[in-house]
Design a protein around this ligand. Structure first.
Ligand code: KG4
Ligand code: ZN
Length: 329
């Protein structure tokens, strides 16, 4: 089966071709225009998708050596995300599916992030625990099998990606903040300063990052770079506080569920320090990370999950809407 995946939930315009579980092409256009505003401007993002989508889809088809008429199905993200940007992708996909008379599969963006791990290692077996860490979500899922997901815990305030993005803004680094913080922290001492780790003292599997951001704001009010204080150390320490919270909750989730496999999903999964600390803290657990290109938003995960849904009996439909607040439970 050859399936076209389309992703427009935020500021990445993406299309990919998946054939029998293998990705033949994956094109992602990240909208750099938002960096000048320090965050995604929804109206601009929608217009950029509208402008680029046709070209990106054709690039994906060309790179895969396929034509529109080779497609057996299309899958498209319909939530969660920005209403306007989702609408551009869903409207495009509906028109194309109708014109080609092939099934259209609506895809949950969060679920697609989780399934990106099957692209990293097709031998991944259920059940497993997934730490889902993106710009808008920080959640721990017990993934029992397809469509059977139990939410173990989530953030009470900011998402981990948001903590990176807001921290980067305070440090005067660019957007998106995660890669900028990761790069600026390289060589810094992660133990130089102690920033708060939220909700660590009970058995909770919930997260909290808003106190961390506030504490950084106060810290930077007093901060002056000197012989003894280096910004690189502050940034490394801030990153460490986020990473440590994530690793500790993942450790607890693995322990409580008695699972032997943990996977990471979403943009923050690209963070090297997080990967390193998870592997070190859980030496007897199989920990999987998607390839870097499949951590941040992409359509390969959407195409792959679309094919899995069809294989599990899901039928195509045009009767669905965008769902900006779509959840998995
Ligand atoms: O999954 P994603 O691409 O989009 C959403 O679905 O939200 O995640 C974007 C988030 C942003 O907050 C970005 O700062 C963060 O992922 N991110 C990272 C890294 N790369 C992207 N955070 C930490 N380290 C990274 N290397
Ligand atoms: Zn995402």
């Amino acid at each position: 089966m050859i399936i076209l995946g389309i992703e427009t939930s935020c500021d990445e315009t993406a299309a990919a071709i998946c054939k029998n579980g293998r990705i033949l092409s994956s094109i992602v256009s990240s909208q750099s225009i938002h960096s000048q505003y320090g965050g995604v401007v929804p109206e601009i993002a929608s217009r950029e998708h509208e402008r680029l989508l046709n070209l990106i889809v054709h690039n994906a088809l060309n790179e895969a050596g396929t034509n529109l008429t080779d497609l057996n199905a299309i899958s498209v993200t319909h939530g969660p995300g920005l209403a306007g940007t989702l609408l551009t992708g869903v409207t495009f996909a509906k028109g194309l599916a109708l014109g080609l008379d092939i099934p259209l599969i609506p895809i949950n963006h969060l679920e697609a992030h989780i399934y990106a791990n099957f692209l990293a290692d097709s031998s991944l077996k259920y059940p497993f625990v997934c730490l889902l860490v993106s710009g808008g979500h920080t959640q721990l899922w017990h993934v029992k099998k397809m469509n059977h997901y139990i939410l173990l815990g989530e953030t009470r305030d900011d998402a981990a990606g948001e903590a990176f993005d807001k921290g980067a803004r305070i440090f005067g680094l660019g957007y998106p903040g995660g890669p900028a913080i990761e790069q600026a922290a390289r060589g810094g001492n992660p133990c130089a300063y102690s920033f708060p780790r939220g909700l660590m003292n009970d058995d909770s599997l919930e997260f909290s990052f808003s106190g961390l951001k506030t504490s950084l704001l106060y810290f930077m009010d007093d901060y002056r770079e000197s012989q003894t204080m280096k910004i690189q150390d502050v940034i490394a320490s801030y990153q460490e506080a986020i990473v440590e919270s994530l690793v500790e909750k993942m450790r607890r989730a693995i322990h409580i569920t008695k699972t032997d496999t943990g996977v990471i999903a979403g943009g923050v999964a690209a963070n090297e320090r997080l990967r390193e600390c998870l592997s070190e803290s859980l030496p007897n657990i199989r920990i999987l990370f998607p390839d870097l290109t499949y951590c941040t938003d992409n359509a390969a995960m959407v195409g792959y999950l679309g094919e899995q849904k069809i294989n599990s009996g899901m039928v195509g439909t045009l009767e669905f809407d965008v769902k900006p607040n779509l959840s998995m439970s």
